[in-house]
Design a protein around this ligand. Structure first.
Ligand code: AMP
Length: 409
């Protein structure tokens, strides 16, 4: 046996039923909110992430799957969607609005544990070419409704603004002074970050006590960033999306400005409890080579964790399982199954055309059918025997009545 790599998962039934539901709801909602589908490469030039995500971030410093390909280029398995999507937006010369939805695996070399995998799956929205707070409001509201729709309990939304790059110049100095004065009381990671990435210390769990009284970006916003933040808050209030301001939320990556946010759920307990997050990232386009600023905001939701927080989907996997009781009717049954499937019903049968009636009933139960229709001697009169698997109730009905019953359920 060749073992599965550490930190990767085989996602199979019955667990995969929740995944299917999540991906369906995401795709359906994205379409309703006006997001087009983006299918992106899983492998990119390493430089895209070192410049885009940022040299001094945890992801780039420690977690990337980077290697040299056969042609001697340094390539990296994507650790996130945003940098690749912005790369493609710039390359297409698109200066207009573009709303994209993406789903797929990401790769980060981490110490695996519950909710922390080396290959994990994200659903993602990117709202490109829009500077107004309405775009921030929309991606936050979308993410909240997504979690609600798949049945996540106790959804928490944390919200903050880290201001514009210009606001941060002065603020960064203040924070560095504060941290330098307390250098001996903070973790080694935090000491290292004083020079390279002091903002990141704000949400360091190990330094929570020291950082509690540190100056926060929210108190140092310029007037435009402050007005933007007020409008985001007002919009969320108006849409009934509950949130809490967390002045120490900064998120790990370098490219954010203004709005940042993160989602959690009381039903998901793990060391890493964030179900998703995102923010506005106007500086990213220019970091990776755009000649023009690219106003944009996005969100990435972690599917592995959301699925853990989801309730088991109720209901039946199949509307009907067709059992062939008279083998002379096998071809008729196959044709009927095809007709029902074409009409949108979830129907399965014994395609082997060889199993006993008992074995077919077993399969019907195993695959979660709501009912069984037995095709036997009365087929020539258009009659089958319909058995509801939950109650055991059985009656002779016409083929039309079976379809009517499926429609009603
Ligand atoms: P990030 O942009 O790093 O905050 O990632 C967005 C979301 O992806 C997180 O909130 C998690 O739900 C999920 N995520 C990030 N890293 C991992 C991982 N190693 N394993 C599972 N999910 C992850």
């Amino acid at each position: 046996m060749i073992p599965r790599l550490k930190g990767t998962d085989d996602i199979l039934p019955p667990e995969s039923a929740r995944w299917r539901k999540l991906l369906r709801v995401f795709d359906d909602m994205a379409e309703r909110y006006g997001y087009d589908l983006a299918l992106m490469p899983a492998i990119e030039s390493t430089e895209l992430f070192s410049r885009g995500v940022g040299e001094t971030t945890e992801v780039v410093e420690k977690q990337m799957y980077t290697f040299e390909d056969q042609g001697g280029r340094s390539v990296t398995l994507r650790p996130e969607f945003t940098a690749g999507i912005v790369r493609s937006y710039i390359a297409s010369g698109n200066q207009g609005l573009l709303k994209l939805a993406a789903a797929g695996p990401q790769f980060r070399y981490e110490q695996p544990q519950k909710g922390r995998r080396r290959q994990f799956f994200q659903v993602d929205l990117e709202y490109l070419g829009e500077a107004a707070p309405g775009a921030d409001i929309e991606v936050i509201e979308f993410s909240y409704r997504l979690l609600e729709s798949v049945g996540v309990d106790g959804i928490g939304v944390r919200l903050n603004s880290i201001g514009d790059a210009a606001d941060r110049v002065a603020y960064r100095g203040l924070l560095q002074d504060y941290l330098r004065e307390r250098q001996s009381a903070i973790s080694q990671d935090a000491q290292r970050r004083i020079e390279s990435n002091p903002l990141r210390v704000l949400d360091s769990k190990a330094d929570a006590e020291v950082v509690h009284d540190a100056p926060v970006p929210l108190d140092h916003l310029g007037p435009e960033a402050a007005a933007h933040f007020d409008q985001v808050r007002a919009g969320l209030d108006r849409l009934g999306v509950p949130y809490e301001i967390d002045p120490r939320l900064v998120r790990g990556l370098d490219y954010y400005n203004r709005t940042v946010f993160e989602f959690s759920a009381t039903s998901f307990e793990a060391a890493q409890s964030s179900l998703g997050g995102g923010g506005r990232y106007d500086p990213l386009g220019e970091l990776i080579g755009s000649k023009h600023p690219v106003a944009a905001v996005g969100v990435a939701m972690g599917c592995d964790r959301i699925v853990e927080a989801m309730a088991e989907p109720g209901g039946h996997r199949l509307d009907l399982y067709v059992v062939v009781a008279d083998r002379d009717r096998t071809a008729d049954a196959m044709e009927w199954v095809g007709r029902m499937r074409a009409r949108g019903f979830k129907v399965d049968w014994d395609a082997s055309a060889s199993r006993s009636v008992k074995a077919q009933f077993k399969a019907a139960n195993r695959f979660g059918a709501a009912a069984v229709a037995m095709v036997g001697g009365e087929w020539s009169d258009g009659v089958v025997s319909l058995k509801l698997l939950e109650t055991g109730e059985e009656r002779k009905v016409s083929v039309e009545e079976v379809e009517e019953w499926m429609k009603q359920r």
